[in-house]
Design a protein. Structure first.
Length: 109
């Protein structure tokens, strides 16, 4: 197993961000697809300002990518392999069981 060493602070920030249930749900929703902010807001039942605060934290850690389309609509997607791996592990432990994504990441059943 690799030692975290010099990256301990970065890892702690990452784990802290992912320890929030709303941010976990956001990351799950944008894991394999790009979604507009309004769709995320509606699916999560969040106000625009609450979603914006969560997305700011995720963007600051480099976990999500932001794109504005020509109509100035904001879209989000996951852009971080560590987040993908963590979500696959959580899905394996707490979700409906092993998934194709788990297999793709080398996570055993």
């Amino acid at each position: 197993m690799k030692q975290i060493g010099a990256k301990a602070k970065e890892a702690a920030r990452f784990v802290t961000a992912m320890a929030n249930a709303r941010r976990l749900l956001i990351m799950h929703l944008v894991l394999d697809r790009e979604l507009p902010a309004e769709a995320l807001r509606e699916q999560l039942g969040l106000s625009s300002s609450a979603l914006s605060q969560h997305m700011a934290k995720l963007r600051a850690l480099g976990l999500v990518r932001v794109r504005r389309d020509r109509d100035n609509i904001v879209h989000y997607s996951c852009c971080n392999d560590s987040a993908r791996k963590l979500l696959a592990l959580l899905d394996h432990a707490y979700g409906s069981g092993p998934s194709k994504q788990n297999a793709d990441l080398g996570i055993p059943d």
